[in-house]
Design a protein around this ligand. Structure first.
Ligand SMILES: NC(=O)c1ccc[n+]([C@@H]2O[C@H](COP(=O)([O-])OP(=O)(O)OC[C@H]3O[C@@H](n4cnc5c(N)ncnc54)[C@H](OP(=O)(O)O)[C@@H]3O)[C@@H](O)[C@H]2O)c1
Length: 255
């Protein structure tokens, strides 16, 4: 049995991956979806032609990983693709966010870094030649960001982890792609609490386009998927210029 596993499938990019996967990878027998909001996952299941198996659980807790692992052990499927999309951010300085909720930034690190790593480790034994791992990093991974410091650091982890893992798995024919979009029109900004800015509005992308580009890049075994000219420019700037300069420019542009 060939399956794909998608975390963060109840909204935004994760849900869009599920929708597009059944067209990109017609050989899939099942898609396993993970998020806390079960009703959203059940809605998604109803609209899909491919069989969707729902795992409703909090990836900041251990239970859902055990449930996925048990199901993998029982069914012994070939995991053709893992999409790690679950994640969140919170706009604000480190001290402001900590004052508002002392655990929030630690939870962010837990989900964005530990959760993604744990789900990858759970799935790896069931992956084989040609399998793909797709990790949702962000353009925020390219350079530190003041006012979004913890989130940007978690995404740098995702980018670095993806590259290192990709190098480890190359000989096994398992390909890892880090997806690094700029702002995308999802529920992300409701959760992150951003009021929005001219900069964000001018480069805001649609989930459909970002995921389509990502799946094309995944097909081509690219280690990085960056959607849009503005974010490709940001990536180049972060490579070529001192980060202090890029950070200043982003602060000005972001206002
Ligand atoms: N939108 C952007 O501008 C943007 C840009 C770059 C990168 N990204 C990254 O892309 C990924 C997807 O974000 P999105 O834009 O699609 O945001 P979103 O619409 O808010 O989706 C986030 C997903 O993560 C799930 N999730 C959150 N906390 C969870 C938890 N504790 N356990 C299990 N699932 C959890 C949510 O499901 P439940 O709430 O149902 O659990 C939801 O399905 C994230 O990693 C984000 O950092 C987003």
């Amino acid at each position: 049995m060939r399956i794909a596993i998608v975390t963060g499938a109840s909204s935004g990019l994760g849900r869009e991956f599920v929708r597009q996967l059944e067209h990109f990878y017609r050989e899939l027998d099942e898609i396993w979806v993970i998020a806390r909001r079960e009703e959203r996952l059940v809605e998604l299941k109803k609209e899909m032609k491919t069989y969707v198996r729902v795992f409703a659980g909090d990836m900041e807790q251990s239970l859902v990983y055990k449930q996925v692992k048990n199901r993998l052990e029982n069914q012994n499927p070939d995991v053709r693709m893992l999409v790690n999309a679950a994640g969140f951010g919170k706009i604000g300085t480190v001290s402001d966010v900590a004052q508002e909720d002392k655990n929030l930034q630690l939870r962010m690190i837990d989900l964005n870094c530990r959760g993604l790593t744990e789900m990858t480790c759970v799935c790896l034994p069931w992956m084989s030649r040609g399998s793909r791992i797709v990790n949702l990093a962000s353009a925020a991974a390219f350079c530190p960001q003041s006012g979004f410091a913890v989130y940007a650091a978690t995404k740098s982890y995702v980018l670095s982890f993806s590259r290192g893992l990709g190098a480890e798995l190359k000989d096994k024919g398992i390909w890892v792609t880090a997806v690094c979009p700029g702002p995308v029109d999802t529920e992300f900004f409701q959760v992150s609490g951003s009021a929005g800015s001219l900069m964000k509005e001018s480069v805001m992308a649609e989930p459909y386009d970002v995921v389509r580009q990502a799946l094309l890049d995944v097909r081509e075994k690219k280690e990085l998927s960056v959607y849009g000219a503005a974010m490709k420019g940001a990536e180049a700037a972060a490579k070529l210029l001192p980060h202090s300069l890029v950070m200043k420019a982003m602060e000005k542009w972001g206002r």
